[in-house]
Write a protein that binds this ligand. Sequence first.
Ligand code: 0PR
Length: 386
Amino acid sequence: MNDLPITKDEILKELDSIQAEDLKYSDGRILGSMCTEAHPFAKEVYMRFLDSNLGDPGLFKGTKSIEDETVKIIGRLLHLDNAYGNIVTGGTEANIMAMRAARNHARKYKGIKNGEIIIPKSAHFSFKKAADMMNLKIVEVDIDKNYKIDIASLREKITDNTVAIVAIAGTTELGLIDPIEEISEIACENNIYFHVDAAFGGFSIPFLRNAGYEFPEFDFTLKGVSSITVDPHKMGLAPIPAGGIIFRKKEYLEVMAVDSPYLTVKTQSTVVGTRGGASSAATYALLKYFGKKGYSELALNLMDNTHFLKESLEEIGYELVVEPELNIIAFNHPTKSADELSKELEEINGWKVSVAQCPKAIRIVLMNHVTKTHLKELMKDLKELF
Ligand code: 0PR
């Protein structure tokens, strides 16, 4: 550490030069990210609430009421009249909270000590972290030829120790939606906690539906669904960090509560103690600012780009792994491996795609910062590399 103070100008100059090493969303080269540049209005609101701490909500009653209302608004979007939950740091924390609620609930009401969670291979790795932290056994349910949870396999995997079933609405690699209606019925029949990870799809499926797209039910309309992860910092255009965990019942928060005696509120259910209120305020502001109409337009535009990319790829002869359901496309060259093509794309023009593992494929997430102009440039290069 320096002994003497350094001027702001000097520090900013240094920071600017370091930041210049980062990629910028606006360059359109980031093609494998579920995050995007936050909306300018959200950034403005975020700055205003920078000092608020929801870890001690009695001191920040106004900001706490914004978090509660944000949870209720997202809950209503997912067809739940009276939602409970929190705005957290992201999908990982949301999924950890869901698994903790499920484990504690099963321990308290069913006496299960060695809990198991049933998750598909397509589940995000955050569930592995959750299982590791909470000593839960992961039981992997098979996926079918369409890369979705296989219902027959799910029935076979349920045991007396199952504390949660997890399904995904917008898988990380392929953007697919599991057969959530059927799984909800199985969860009801067996009285098992059912968590839907809609970290990615939660901020687009409802709005695409609003605009006329047809999707099977995936939310609290289904009575088996106990909780849903939905991340404002993915499709919601909120600044990082902003995740959302929505619970059907208050008791799921209660089974996680620990005493926090010297604070203004006597118990805490979140993983994080001191936690920002800025993410809640920014998300709240965006929900109002866009409304259903604005978010629907946004989601429709991204689906339009998705279809444009799909058709352009197929025209050249690239092979899509599956028909896209949301704004993610996974494809392969007929002979070159995905790793090889990904390397070539980086070399030819700095394209940063990601490589899906199940199945191996080039994966492109069509987020807001990827414009049609960028896609046309990309297609020119993909044509050359074919
Ligand atoms: N659930 C699903 C379905 C996800 O896709 C993700 C993250 C999470 C949960 C975890 O969310 P957090 O990362 O907010 O905790 N999906 C992306 C992924 O791992 C996250 C990401 C975003 C990765 C931008 C890279 C990137 O550049 O692929």
